[in-house]
Design a protein around this ligand. Structure first.
Ligand code: 0WD
Length: 254
């Protein structure tokens, strides 16, 4: 049997077919999982619906993590359809593009709050709802980046948000562990996606990783997806609170 057969999971954060969440969805589906997707706003609905259909999956509604009512609505829909949840992928982040260039020291309080709310607190907001639906235990997975650990050019407030997100993974893992709910993150190497295109000099960062990572290349959404399938399945049942790098090894040299 496939490693994810019989598992049902919610995928949050697909914007298009370049999204990391889409790479994860494809791998989870290939390993036998049944999926549901959320989208953020009507513009993305048109993108997400055909992608979900490709995997024979359902779209369970609009979710903007800054609006708790939309999170509640999506989880109510999942409960109605499935009655429970086995895994959840959180692949959501945001910062004002104007502050993903230049200096961190110039971050405004407004963008600091918004970036931390969407990129960090949202995992906790989602975990609160997921806890109730993960009746047989479960696996929560989020996406982080090396800019949480080390200074990276232009990553700025997003680096601070990812550091807080990684700390959240550890606190959530401890809180939810007694119920058999695991919480992990993949620290992905740079990949050209919609969100990444907002980061200043991103092409340079891709090249830098290609020249300097142990594997002398960057990673793909399919590779992140395969590692995600392991973290979302019972193959990793002894693993929680972990930040797993899928970055062609860059973190050992950078
Ligand atoms: O190099 C990269 N691309 C890396 C990305 C390296 C390491 C980590 N990551 C992380 C990102 O920080 C993010 O947490 O992976 C996650 C997924 O990002 P992605 O796949 O690179 O980007 P994208 O395809 O743009 O998906 C992110 C989506 C949003 O898309 P846009 O670009 O429209 O902001 O996050 C969603 C949205 O669909 N999102 C929200 N969803 C609900 N509520 C919200 C929100 N308020 N804001 C953004």
């Amino acid at each position: 049997p496939s490693i994810m057969s019989g598992k049902r999971g919610l995928i949050m954060g697909v914007a298009n077919n370049r999204s990391i969440a889409w790479g994860i969805a494809k791998a989870a589906h290939a390993h036998g999982a049944e999926l549901a997707f959320t989208y953020q706003g009507d513009a993305l609905k048109k993108r997400v619906e055909p992608l979900a259909a490709e995997l024979g999956a359902e779209v369970v509604g609009h979710c903007d993590v800054t609006d708790g009512a939309t999170i509640d609505a999506v989880f109510a829909e999942v409960e109605k359809r499935w009655g429970k949840l086995d895994f959840l992928v959180h692949a959501i982040a945001f910062s004002d593009k104007d502050e993903l260039t230049g200096r961190y020291v110039d971050t405004t309080p407004e963008n600091f709050s918004k970036s931390l709310l969407i990129s960090c607190y949202s995992l906790t907001a989602i975990a609160q709802r997921a806890e109730k639906l993960m009746k047989d235990g479960g696996s929560l997975l989020t996406l982080t980046y090396y800019g949480a650990e080390k200074w990276m050019p232009h990553y700025n407030v997003m680096g601070v948000a990812k550091a807080a997100l990684e700390a959240s993974v550890r606190y959530l893992a401890a809180d939810l562990g007694p119920q058999g709910i695991r919480v992990n993150a993949i620290s992905a190497g740079p990949i050209k996606t919609l969100a990444a295109s907002g980061i200043g000099d991103f092409r340079y960062i891709l090249k830098w990783n290609e020249y300097n990572s142990p594997l002398r290349r960057t990673v793909t959404i399919e590779e992140v997806g395969e590692t995600a399938a392991y973290l979302l399945s019972d193959m990793s049942r002894g693993v929680t609170g972990e930040i797993h790098h899928v970055d062609a090894g860059y973190h050992v040299v950078g």
